[in-house]
Design a protein around this ligand. Structure first.
Ligand SMILES: NC(=O)c1ccc[n+]([C@@H]2O[C@H](COP(=O)([O-])OP(=O)(O)OC[C@H]3O[C@@H](n4cnc5c(N)ncnc54)[C@H](O)[C@@H]3O)[C@@H](O)[C@H]2O)c1
Length: 388
């Protein structure tokens, strides 16, 4: 029982907010008290559903005394400005991934929160998934040795979900590297521990109608000769959830009979404006939030190789392939699929004990996103400088 949940507001009531909402409503670590949203219809829908206060601007939200922390779920390019306004109002921050688009903006956010003395948790990201957190703990508890190799891959329909125009332009933070690689990078960094040193990568942009990266393959080298491979395709063909018990990314059973639905829905769209409107039609107030998912979230198959065991993460737990026997460790029941990130925010604010995913962490993960793009462009490995 938690007697003092964080009084949390949301800036932006779009898709990101919708995906976190079932957890915000079910989780005891937070209480949703306010929002900032530019559209009057979204504000009214918020008031109808939750009461509290609905502000027209982030500035007004920053001045709301009933708000302790704000979940920034506005488009990537706004994260810096919104973080600066809210930190100046003394609000703690939960900033959805990626922390920013440019390294300069990420550094400005780091400087802002450190100067203001507010907590920033970089998330939600799949590094907070319960099987990831459990695997990390098992590596230490079972003394399996430092992870030496990690393999993570994910095949989704990401590129064919309805998008705003900037989400299809790499320069403006679009494509799978900024929005999806960052999940894998966060997971990989958490599981591997230690410091990433360099990145060697290739990217694919195979659909001229959606001219941004839809796929990548990257090798991240860590200290001590350790390494991880990250593979992703958002081209809506193969679906790696078939290897995950047909449980989708958000922890709900997936209807595999709906194969091809994302491309079919887009085929009916005639212009970028229509596509953006289709995306808006999936935001808060336009559709009901999904029910709370029965399983933890996941981001595709992951295998971590330690000196004394391989660990395979599944949507419901962790398989340990030890020297002489195999074991399955189930993840314990949780109040919500995104409980670990909300607990992280709670611990940061109430106990001064933030999770590893701070503003500096978010900047380090963003550096790896840029390194993937740079390495793909130059064909050379890219050394990392902002990891510690
Ligand atoms: N962690 C996840 O699972 C996940 C999933 C989807 C999106 N996201 C992240 O959420 C962020 C938003 O992406 P999205 O897909 O939800 O986009 P979106 O377009 O669906 O939503 C953005 C929302 O921000 C609002 N907004 C715009 N300007 C604003 C302002 N000045 N003040 C307040 N609100 C404003 C818009 O009205 C819209 O409702 C991105 O950083 C994205 O990476 C995270």
């Amino acid at each position: 029982m938690i007697s003092d949940p964080i009084k949390l507001a949301a800036a932006g009531l779009g898709r990101g907010f919708m995906l976190t909402l079932p957890s915000l409503l079910a989780d005891p670590h937070v209480r949703l008290t306010a929002c900032a949203a530019p559209r009057a219809a979204s504000r009214q829908a918020f008031l109808d559903a939750f009461g509290g206060r609905a502000h027209e601007s982030v500035e007004a939200l920053a001045a709301d005394p009933e708000v302790e922390a704000v979940y920034i779920a506005t488009p990537h390019q706004m994260h810096r400005e919104h973080a600066e306004i809210l930190a100046a109002g003394g609000k703690h921050l939960l900033v959805d991934k990626p922390l920013a688009i440019t390294m300069a903006d990420a550094s400005a956010i780091v400087d802002t929160v450190e100067a203001a003395g507010v907590q920033l948790v970089a998330g939600p990201s799949h590094s907070f998934d319960q099987p990831v957190v459990r695997a990390r703990a098992l590596i230490d508890e079972r003394d399996l040795g430092r992870p030496a190799m990690l393999h993570a891959f994910n095949y989704t329909d990401f590129l064919y979900r309805p998008r705003r125009p900037e989400e299809l332009s790499t320069e403006q933070g679009g494509g799978v590297v900024f929005s999806q690689a960052v999940h894998q990078i966060d997971m990989v960094r958490l599981l591997m521990g230690g410091e990433a040193l360099s990145v060697y990568a290739a990217t694919g942009a195979w659909d001229p109608a959606r001219p941004t990266e839809g796929a990548y393959s990257a090798i991240v080298h860590f200290d001590g000769g350790r390494f991880a491979t990250l593979v992703y395709s958002g081209y809506a063909h193969y679906d790696s959830d078939v290897l995950q018990g047909e449980i989708g990314e958000l922890g709900a059973p997936k209807d595999m009979a709906k194969y091809g639905a994302a491309r079919r829905a887009l085929a009916a769209v005639a212009s970028p404006e229509e596509e953006a409107a289709l995306k808006s039609g999936r935001t808060f107030g336009a559709v009901d939030p999904a029910p709370k998912a029965p399983y933890p979230e996941h981001f595709g198959p992951v295998v971590v190789s330690c000196p004394r065991a391989d660990l395979r993460l599944t949507p419901t737990g962790v398989e340990i392939w030890g020297d002489e026997r195999r074991e399955f460790v189930e993840t314990p029941a949780a109040p919500s699929p995104r409980t670990e990130v909300l607990r992280g925010l709670y611990d940061a604010i109430r106990r001064g004990a933030p999770p590893p995913q701070t503003a500096r962490w978010g900047r380090a993960s963003l550096e790896i996103c840029h390194a993937i793009l740079d390495s793909a462009r130059t064909g050379e490995p890219v050394p990392l400088k902002r990891q510690s």
